[in-house]
Design a protein around this ligand. Structure first.
Ligand SMILES: [Zn+2]
Length: 436
């Protein structure tokens, strides 16, 4: 649209038109940014999994939330955890799914993901409302080093399971993941034991079917609660984020005190089977501990004061050994919160610890304009200056609006064309900075 076409119009009408267009563009932009389906925060050009553990240092530049002050994982200092009697036991009712029900198992290039039916709920745990299941996935290291995301008193475990839930206040996890407290993740540490862990075989025996990035298979359902510790009453709680981009700071974290044991063969299978980017083995798919930045870590239990190493090292390889409070040494104790903490009844801090920062959903910025309407300048006369300005304004606004709509459509298309779960926070953890 050329500026000179507008020169004939009364200036007042031009001005009105330009103003209307500017308002329309701004209104459209705002509506989208706040819309329930907006995947706020995803910067242009980063639809889903274009990140890697090798470039953890760059995450924050592409995904601004990753540079926030409520990031995960963290190192849990058991001695500093505050006992909160309001942290009731976690309840996982009716998790025994019939084997005829099939669940999707997927290699997303960062980890192995098992989709879960949303009718698996998480209640209790001091949460004001139930959470519904979305998926679970694992983090691991390599033969050379352990690979849990969270650490306890500086100790890193062999691996970590994350079961991801979203608040029942939302219809989809995409809506929940950008709202404070919208997500809850149950985490437990994996350790090397002497016996095979049968529940984990339900997943591990299918790893070879998804050894390449993007592959998926369907496996018979089973009691996925058996992938978690027996004791769901003793855990740590804090507010944090997804441990992978886009690192939304909307996660209520629960890290169980009791750990889970897998046989050496099972751990090796986990570490040496899946391939990701450029066909490289997916190993060390964990993010390093992030700064607490003033956050509190709560504990649902009072920690016993026991001399380090005084506790039994766990039931000789029982897949899910009772919490022995052993020393948190490499592959040693079974208890996440080992002997620290001298049982001081820290002030119950209850819910005060959770004040999730709003996940700002910054919308896409409408594309900037480039020199539209250059013809305008050719023969400006005194009276035409205003007309030219308004014409330029109109052109810029129209172009921005057009580009914005195009981008929005493209984004929707991209979003729709990928499996819902793939845009979940936990897309994948791969190399060392683990995201939740
Ligand atoms: Zn995770």
């Amino acid at each position: 649209m050329r500026a000179r076409d507008w020169r004939g119009l009364p200036r007042s009408r031009l001005l009105l038109l330009a103003a209307l267009l500017a308002w329309a563009a701004a209104a459209a932009h705002e509506e989208d940014a706040e819309g329930p389906h907006s995947e706020a925060g995803l910067p242009p050009g980063h639809g889903n999994s274009h990140w890697s553990y090798a470039d953890k240092a760059e995450w924050a530049s592409d995904f601004p939330h990753c540079g926030g002050h409520m990031q995960s994982p963290i190192n849990i200092e058991t001695g500093a955890a505050l006992f909160s009697p309001q942290l009731e036991p976690i309840l996982l009712p009716d998790y025994s799914l019939p084997p005829r029900e099939m669940l999707r198992l997927q290699n997303n290039g960062h980890t192995v993901v098992l989709d879960l039916p949303r009718n698996l709920t998480l209640t209790g745990g001091g949460f004001p409302q139930p959470y519904q299941a979305a998926q679970l996935h694992l983090h691991w290291g390599s033969a050379l080093k352990p690979g849990s995301e969270h650490t306890v008193d500086g100790h890193r475990y062999a691996g970590e399971i994350h079961v991801v839930y979203y608040s029942s206040h939302f219809d989809t996890i995409q809506e929940a993941m950008v709202e404070p407290g919208g997500l809850a993740v149950l985490a437990a540490f994996l350790q090397v034991g002497s016996e095979e862990n049968e529940p984990y075989q339900h997943i591990l025996e299918h790893l070879n079917d998804v050894h390449e990035e993007g592959e998926e298979t369907w496996i018979p359902a089973f009691d996925v609660a058996k992938l978690l510790p027996d004791d769901l009453s003793r855990y740590f709680r804090y507010n944090g984020s997804l441990t992978t981009p886009p690192c939304y700071q909307t996660v209520n974290w629960t890290i169980f005190n009791q750990t889970i044991r897998l046989s050496p063969d099972q751990i090796s299978l986990l570490e040496d089977t899946l391939h990701g980017d450029e066909d490289e083995l997916i190993q060390d798919n964990f993010r390093l501990p992030q700064s607490l930045q003033g956050r509190s870590v709560l504990a649902s239990f009072l920690m016993l004061h026991s001399p380090e190493g005084a506790q039994p090292p766990g039931e000789g390889g029982s897949p899910r050994a009772p919490d022995p409070y052993g020393p948190a040494e490499e592959g040693g104790g079974d208890s996440a919160g080992s002997a620290a903490g001298g049982g001081q009844p820290h002030t119950p801090d209850g819910a005060s610890g959770r004040d999730p920062e709003p996940a700002s959903g910054e919308g896409q910025s409408p594309a900037t304009s480039s020199g539209a309407d250059q013809q305008v300048g050719s023969s400006l006369q005194t009276g035409d200056v205003l007309a030219a300005i308004f014409a330029a304004l109109f052109g810029i606004t129209a172009l921005a609006f057009f580009l914005y709509v195009r981008k929005h459509q493209a984004q929707n298309h991209r979003r729709d064309s990928q499996p819902i779960k793939s845009s979940i926070i936990y897309t994948a953890a791969t190399t060392e900075e683990n995201a939740a």
